[in-house]
Design a protein around this ligand. Structure first.
Ligand code: FE2
Length: 339
């Protein structure tokens, strides 16, 4: 017989408040347990965990066309002119997948964001536009289509558009982690320093190798790889580590008519189509087959433990897919598995 303790002893009002002596059969025991904010494991119908990964997230595509219409948002809301991709299987923000959030952000010519810093880590992949920039700790780095900039944890950063055309990028973050582990912090520069933006000055690419990864260099590296398919992870200079402890970033090349390697991992994948078009063939953990179709600028995701291959359109151009994953975090926790 278990002993049930409550912090206070209110007047007796329900079966759960009965004195211990009244708990004399299984049913009254379960009622008493539930009345004290506990759950009896023996009748929940399932053990803790499951036989297979069982994300509620589903493979999904978000059309780039929808992002472009965000220019209808007025300037005073420019800071928030981002479209978050919400997984239809979970249908709640901020989940593109269980551990990762992706968004497209539109910056109109002349706009600037307020400088801030936060615990979530971010990757930023430039989709279109020129003279957009991200400044990290006062180092202003201009971005061109296909460039990747990472924002290390707790660095002051802001961004803007100094050109005369719209700039659109994809942001990738580990924000969903902080729903189950709410230990994150955010600060705005003006709260501490009384102005919106930290002084920044242009920072040359050759000095920014730990934060900026140019498309021209990545494309050159992928082109010297042999075969119809190649994938390269962006890694930090010096250590060779993934771009963060939680997120890895990669680019893959698929020649027209060719397919990627087949993957089935605990990893969550979010893809940003940089060039070309194609499909993704998937098999869910329960055996259900799905096909996603995508083109330039689209974003699509593959939840954990789906088997999948990416296929480039036969008559199209070479496909380049940027993608980010939660693999480093899973590996560090000893949880990563592949079939
Ligand atoms: Fe930020």
């Amino acid at each position: 017989m278990i002993s049930i303790h409550k912090p206070v002893q209110p007047a007796m009002s329900s079966k759960a408040d009965m004195p211990r002596g009244a708990v004399n059969d299984k049913a009254s025991l379960e009622t008493a347990i539930r009345g004290n904010q506990m759950v009896p494991l023996w009748n929940t119908g399932a053990p803790i965990g499951g036989k297979l990964p069982r994300s509620r997230c589903t493979p999904s595509v978000w059309s780039y066309t929808d992002t472009k219409t965000a220019e209808l948002v007025p300037a005073r809301e420019a800071e928030c002119r981002a479209v978050l991709f919400i997984n239809p299987g979970r249908a709640e923000s901020p989940y593109t997948l269980d551990t990762l959030l992706a968004a497209h952000q539109l910056i109109l010519p002349g706009e600037k964001a307020i400088c801030h810093r936060h615990s979530p880590f971010a990757v930023r992949f430039l989709i279109e536009g020129e003279q957009g920039y991200t400044a990290i700790s006062g180092k202003k780095m201009y971005m061109y289509p296909g460039d990747l900039i990472i924002t290390p944890v707790w660095n002051w950063h802001d961004h803007g558009n100094e050109g005369d055309k719209n700039v659109i990028w994809m942001d990738g973050l580990n924000i969903p982690l902080f729903r189950s582990m709410p230990i994150d912090f955010t600060e705005h520069y003006d709260e501490e320093f009384g102005r919106d933006t930290q002084e920044s000055s242009p920072y040359p690419d050759q000095d920014a190798a730990d934060m900026k990864f140019s498309w021209t260099q990545m494309q050159a590296r992928l082109q010297v790889e042999t075969g119809d398919y190649a994938t390269i992870e962006y890694r930090l200079p010096g250590t060779g580590d993934s771009v963060s402890a939680t997120i890895a970033a990669n680019m893959e090349r698929i020649e027209p008519g060719a397919v990627s390697v087949l993957r089935k991992e605990t990893t969550n994948h979010i893809f940003q189509v940089h060039k070309g078009s194609g499909t993704t063939e998937l098999v869910a953990p329960n055996g259900t087959r799905t096909t996603l179709a995508w083109g330039v600028g689209d974003n699509f995701c593959v939840p954990s433990w789906y088997e999948f291959t990416n296929c480039a359109t036969d008559s199209g151009e070479t496909v380049y897919l940027f993608y980010f994953t939660d693999k480093p975090m899973q590996e560090k926790l000893g949880l990563w598995r592949t079939a």
